[in-house]
Design a protein around this ligand. Structure first.
Ligand code: DX5
Ligand code: ZN
Length: 234
C-alpha cells in the first residue's frame, strides 16, 4: 500500500490532447493552445476509411503541425497495413507511433512492425480495441514502449468511456510491472476528470483526451487544468 502510494506520488501523468476533437479548420491554433496549456504531447489520430469507417489525417498533417509546436507528436495509426505507413509518418515528424494489434495476423508481423518503428529511433506503441485481450501482448513486452488501451471503439471523438476497460488497465499494469521495463500505459477515449482519475487509479500513466480538452464549454487551458487537477489528487 505504502509502495503504491509512493509510486503514484512520484509519477507524473502525461496528458495528450487529441486534435481530432478540435476545430479542424484551425489545427495550428489547437496545438499552440495545447502547448501553452501544459500538454505533454499532441495526439494525432490517423484513419484510413478501412480499419475504421472514417478518413482523417495523413502524414502531411503531421509535417504541417510540426511547424506549430515543439511538443512530441504522438501518432495513432487506425489504418489497415500499418507497417506500410511507419516510415512515411516517422519521416514526417512523428515522435512516437502506435499501431493496432488487430491490424496484424499474428505476433510475428506485429513484432516486425514494432521493430520498424524503433528502427526510426522513436517509441513503438500497440493499441488494443476494448474487446482485445491483453494476452495478445504476451510475447511482445520486450518490443513495446507504450500500450494504448482504447476505452471506446476507435473511430470517433466524443463517445462514452467503457468502464470494463478499468480491470483491463489494471491487468496491463501488472504485466508492465512483471516486464520490469518502462512501458507507458496509455488510455484513449472518453477521458474526462472522473474517468481520468479512475484510469490513473487502475494504473494508467498517459491520458489521451479529445472532447474534454477541445469543446465549446471551456477553454483548452481550463480543460487541461481540470484534467491535471483530477489526476494530481490521487
Ligand atoms: C478515437 C480516437 C481518440 C479520440 C478521443 O478513435 O482514437 O483519440 O479523438 O476523443 P474523446 O476523448 O472525445 O473520446
Ligand atoms: Zn487516438
Amino acid at each position: 500500500m505504502g509502495n503504491e502510494a509512493d509510486r503514484r506520488a512520484t509519477r507524473r501523468i502525461q496528458i495528450a490532447p487529441s486534435i481530432l476533437a478540435a476545430d479542424l479548420a484551425a489545427l495550428g491554433q489547437a496545438v499552440r493552445e495545447a502547448e501553452a496549456a501544459g500538454a505533454d504531447a499532441i495526439h494525432v489520430d490517423v484513419m484510413d476509411g478501412r480499419f475504421v469507417p472514417e478518413i482523417s489525417f495523413g502524414r502531411q498533417m503531421v509535417a504541417a503541425l510540426r511547424r506549430h509546436t515543439s511538443l512530441p507528436m504522438d501518432v495513432h495509426l487506425m489504418v489497415a497495413e500499418p507497417q506500410r505507413h511507419v516510415g512515411p509518418f516517422a519521416e514526417s515528424g512523428a515522435s512516437a507511433i502506435t499501431i493496432h494489434a488487430e491490424a496484424f495476423a499474428g505476433t510475428v508481423p506485429l513484432r516486425g512492425a514494432l521493430e520498424s518503428i524503433r528502427a526510426h529511433g522513436i517509441p513503438a506503441g500497440v493499441a488494443l480495441k476494448p474487446v482485445t485481450p491483453v494476452d495478445v501482448l504476451d510475447d511482445l513486452w520486450d518490443a513495446v514502449d507504450r500500450v494504448l488501451t482504447m476505452a471506446v471503439e476507435p473511430g470517433y471523438s466524443g463517445q462514452a468511456f467503457m468502464p470494463e476497460v478499468l480491470p483491463k488497465l489494471a491487468a496491463l499494469a501488472r504485466r508492465v510491472r512483471d516486464a520490469g521495463r518502462p512501458v507507458d500505459l496509455a488510455v484513449d477515449g472518453g477521458i474526462d476528470e472522473e474517468t481520468a482519475r479512475n484510469c490513473v487509479e487502475a494504473g494508467a500513466t498517459f491520458l489521451v483526451a479529445g472532447s474534454s480538452v477541445y469543446n465549446t464549454r471551456r477553454t483548452v487551458a481550463e480543460g487541461m487544468a481540470a484534467l491535471r487537477a483530477a489526476v494530481s489528487r490521487q
